[in-house]
Design a protein around this ligand. Structure first.
Ligand code: NAP
Length: 287
């Protein structure tokens, strides 16, 4: 790891697990290190040494910490593997990212301190990297907002331009004691529509919010798979999220447009109950 640390320090990359320089300010184009300096750098003995260290570190990392590398995941086998950017890599973001990587997706964990995510990246190797939120928003085909709901307005302000037309998954459950009085306004509106205000241009889908994080470890209740209600205005986006729900070992239930997300917000009869898909359909009067 010393060699790896030296290498990342040398190039000051924003993405810590891929050899590309992703600048903090993405208004300027991404500049791979090899475009700017490869010719002269290749002649530099220190650069050559670093390249050797990089190759050896990568191989060593692959050998000692690639629990996922031995087999192709379900999404890979079905030819629908995506790059999934996780904004927030705590309880939910971490657990979801590991499951998505296991299914064969490439995941980008992000944090305000991405250097603290290396253990997570190693657990999901070789299908994971880490960076800042802008890298996850910019590089992800699908973005998961796995941050406290109170952080979403600012994330929208900073990064909505990087998520235009992308599938963005809102898993938030606002709480008065954490988010403050705006929580009541959001719940009144429905959190799906409330968060959509902050993410113009994204194909927002509400899903995964009815789960407790532990349900990812055991997705069965009484021998039946736990269901996950999904709401969004874009049909293709809803279907992509339905596949991701299956990849996580759970059963998707398409509820309808984003406005219906209100029916499975915090406090609703199917919120964190481990209800099956059939129970969700009955409760929400779905066919
Ligand atoms: N926990 C559950 O069982 C559960 C279940 C369903 C839904 N949810 C929802 O999932 C979301 C995440 O919950 P969690 O339990 O995973 O939370 P968590 O463990 O506290 O993780 C939150 C993550 O968000 C990041 N973060 C915090 N404040 C931020 C800010 N202002 N800007 C950018 N990033 C920030 C943190 O990263 P850094 O501090 O490293 O930057 C951290 O990785 C919430 O909306 C919650 O309502 C949680």
């Amino acid at each position: 790891m010393a060699g790896w640390a030296a290498l990342t320090h040398c190039f000051e990359p924003r993405m810590l697990a891929i050899p590309a320089y992703v600048p903090r300010n993405l208004s300027s184009p991404i500049q791979p290190i090899w475009e700017t300096s490869m010719k002269t750098a290749a002649e530099n003995p220190r650069f050559r040494l670093l390249m050797i260290v990089f190759a050896v570190s990568t191989m060593a990392l692959a050998l000692v910490s690639t629990p996922l590398s031995a087999q192709a995941g379900q999404a890979e086998r079905e030819g629908r593997a995506l790059t999934i950017g996780l904004i927030g890599a705590g309880t939910m973001g971490g657990a979801m990212g590991l499951l998505f990587a296991e299914a064969g997706h490439q995941v980008i964990f992000s944090s305000r301190n991405p250097d603290e995510l290396m253990e997570l990246v190693q657990s999901a190797a070789p299908r994971a990297s880490a960076g800042y939120a802008d890298a996850a928003a910019f590089l992800g085909d699908v973005i998961v907002l796995a941050v406290p709901p109170v952080a979403i307005p600012q994330i929208g302000e900073d990064f909505a331009h990087l998520m235009q037309g992308k599938v963005v998954i809102d898993i938030s459950n606002p709480r008065v004691d954490r988010e403050g009085p705006i929580t009541n306004e959001w719940l009144e509106m429905g959190t799906g529509l409330a968060m959509a205000q902050y993410l113009p241009g994204a194909r927002l889908v509400k899903a995964f919010n009815t789960l407790g994080a532990r349900m990812f470890q055991n997705p069965m209740r009484n021998g039946v798979r736990i269901g996950v209600p999904i709401a969004g205005d874009d049909e293709e986006a809803r279907n992509i999220v339905a596949d991701l729900v299956r990849d996580a070992g759970l059963e998707p239930v398409i509820v309808g447009p984003l406005a219906r997300a209100k029916e499975f917000d915090r406090g609703s009869p199917i919120w964190v109950t481990g209800a099956s898909a059939q129970q969700i359909r009955e409760t929400l009067s779905l066919p």
